[in-house]
Design a protein around this ligand. Structure first.
Ligand SMILES: [Zn+2]
Length: 110
């Protein structure tokens, strides 16, 4: 319905994206819009939200995956600020990609 992709590659790792009803219930019961399980290469997205929030949440979770890949989740100070930094940047990055199709295409090498 929202065309949420089934996979996303982040830093050479392929994460499966789960957004079925059960996953959405689990995620929303937890009070979050999404979750990233770096040890299992899984991203859970609550799909029972407006599509704008789903897009923002997917980018947010991909940033958690990137944070882990570059080792920041194992770096004391950085790990402490992971959620704060990602929460602050993800909405702006999502909007930048959405509102600048030419920049988006350029970044993709098109
Ligand atoms: Zn988060």
């Amino acid at each position: 319905m929202n065309n949420i992709p089934a996979y996303v590659k982040v830093g050479g790792r392929t994460y499966t994206i789960h957004s079925d009803l059960d996953t959405s219930r689990l995620t929303s019961d937890d009070g979050s819009r999404g979750m990233t399980f770096t040890e299992r290469l899984r991203i859970h997205i609550n799909s029972d939200m407006p599509v704008e929030l789903i897009r923002e949440t997917l980018l947010h979770e991909c940033m958690h995956a990137a944070w882990d890949i570059v080792g920041l989740s194992r770096s004391g100070d950085a790990a402490e600020h992971e959620e704060q930094v990602i929460k602050a940047l993800a909405p702006t990055l999502a909007a930048m990609l959405r509102e600048n199709p030419e920049v988006n295409a350029f970044l993709r090498g098109e």
